[in-house]
Design a protein around this ligand. Structure first.
Ligand SMILES: [Zn+2]
Length: 169
C-alpha cells in the first residue's frame, strides 16, 4: 500500500473578480455579468525528504500569481464554436469583438483575458488554473506524481472542480 498525504488551501486571498458570459446551448448565450470567484486547491502525494507534499508558501504564492492573471478582466473563450472572438484595431485602439449569431459585444483588448477554452464555465476555469499550476510545478523541478484538485466557486456554495494526476517526472 502506498501512503498518500494531502495539503489544502482555501484562503480568502485566493479570489478573483471578473466578467464573463457563457453559451448555455447552441442558441442561448448569457448576458455579460461578473463573479467574485474563489479558488481552493489541494495537492496529494507522497512526502518529500522534509516531510511535506509541497511547500505551503510556494503553493499559496503560485496560486495567487495564476489567479491574478484573471482578476479584473473580461474572460473570453477562444475555442467556443458559437462565439467568434476577434482582436482588431479601431480608431487606433485595440479591441476584441465577440459575436454570437446577430449579437455582438466589443471590449477594450487590454481589459480582456482570452483563454483557450470552449467556455468560461467554473469547470473549465478550474481546469485552466490546474494546468497552469502543473506547468509551474514542472518549471520549478517538483518531481514525483501528485494529484491536483482545483475548486472554483462562482457564487457562495456554487462550485465546480477539476482533478488530475500530474506525472512530474
Ligand atoms: Zn456567470
Amino acid at each position: 500500500m502506498t501512503e498518500s498525504y494531502s495539503v489544502s488551501l482555501k484562503k480568502a486571498v485566493h479570489v478573483f473578480s471578473a466578467g464573463h458570459f457563457i453559451t448555455l446551448t447552441d442558441a442561448i448565450c448569457e448576458a455579460v455579468h461578473g463573479h467574485n470567484w474563489t479558488v481552493a486547491c489541494s495537492v496529494s502525494g507522497v512526502l518529500g525528504n522534509h516531510g511535506m507534499v509541497i511547500d505551503f508558501i510556494f503553493l499559496r504564492d503560485t496560486l495567487s500569481k495564476i489567479i491574478s492573471q484573471l482578476d479584473h478582466c473580461m474572460l473570453l473563450p477562444t475555442e467556443n464554436t458559437f462565439l467568434q472572438v476577434t482582436t482588431q484595431t479601431e480608431r487606433g485602439q485595440e479591441e476584441v469583438l465577440v459575436t454570437f449569431g446577430e449579437r455582438r459585444w466589443v471590449f477594450p483588448a487590454d481589459e480582456c483575458r482570452l483563454l483557450p477554452l470552449a467556455n468560461t464555465t467554473a469547470e473549465l476555469l478550474a481546469e485552466w488554473i490546474g494546468n497552469e499550476l502543473i506547468h509551474t510545478l514542472k518549471r520549478n523541478n517538483y518531481s514525483q506524481t501528485r494529484n491536483i484538485r482545483i475548486e472554483v466557486d462562482e457564487c457562495f456554495g456554487q462550485s465546480a472542480s477539476w482533478e488530475n494526476t500530474a506525472i512530474m517526472e
